[in-house]
Design a protein around this ligand. Structure first.
Ligand code: FES
Length: 57
């Protein structure tokens, strides 16, 4: 599922970034190699990060 439409970032890409140590949306996007544009995806990114953290516990 695409979470960020500006950068075409999927939830899987965000979860992979969390597995590499990202704990904030900014860190996740840095690892993926993109930047926030409109910022509308911020809340969704946080949700995916929280889900990924639960999965890795
Ligand atoms: S949808 Fe992610 S920055 Fe716009």
């Amino acid at each position: 599922m695409i979470i960020c439409h500006c950068n075409t970032v999927s939830d899987q890409a965000i979860k992979a970034a969390v597995r590499q140590g990202a704990v904030t949306p900014g860190q996740a996007y840095k690892k993926i190699g993109v930047k926030f544009c409109c910022g509308k995806c911020g809340k969704c990114v946080q949700k995916v990060i929280a889900e990924a953290q639960e999965e890795t516990v």
